[in-house]
Write a protein that binds this ligand. Structure first.
Ligand code: CO
Length: 134
């Protein structure tokens, strides 16, 4: 079911600081910031040769990463994203295997314009796990 590691996401309080650190200090190639109101985040992607790093900054008062940043004020690793070929087939197989899908269980459109789902971290080794259809 699982394909490539699409990205590792890091929650940050200040995306400008994160961009500066990665661009100027680590010499990374970084996308333009993108607001995703439906997900309550502003994102940028760092392009690496084999995968991407996603920085997430809270967008709006009800951002799902606000609580995470309260607990992790310096920021921290927030989730992993794996690619799948058929997100609905993957979802149904995971539910049949006893895993929980966050939200209403229906895929939303993610930062790459493709359908995404999140699995409950308690069912995935304590790690919030995203699936993206590619
Ligand atoms: Co993500």
């Amino acid at each position: 079911m699982l394909g490539r590691l699409n990205h590792v996401a890091i929650a940050v309080k200040d995306i400008a600081v994160a961009i500066r650190t990665y661009r100027e200090t680590l010499g990374a190639e970084i996308s333009e910031p993108q607001d995703l109101p439906e997900h309550g985040v502003r994102v940028v992607f760092v392009t690496l040769p084999n995968t991407k790093i996603e920085f997430l900054e809270p967008l709006g008062a009800a951002s799902p990463i606000a609580k995470f940043l309260e607990k992790n004020p310096d920021g921290g690793m927030h989730h992993l994203c794996y690619e799948v070929g058929d997100i609905l087939a993957a979802r149904d197989a995971l539910i049949a295997g006893g895993l929980r899908i966050l939200g209403d269980g229906e895929p939303k459109i993610g930062a790459h314009g493709k359908p995404v789902l999140f699995l409950h971290p308690k069912d995935c080794l304590g790690t919030l796990t995203e699936l993206e259809e590619v």
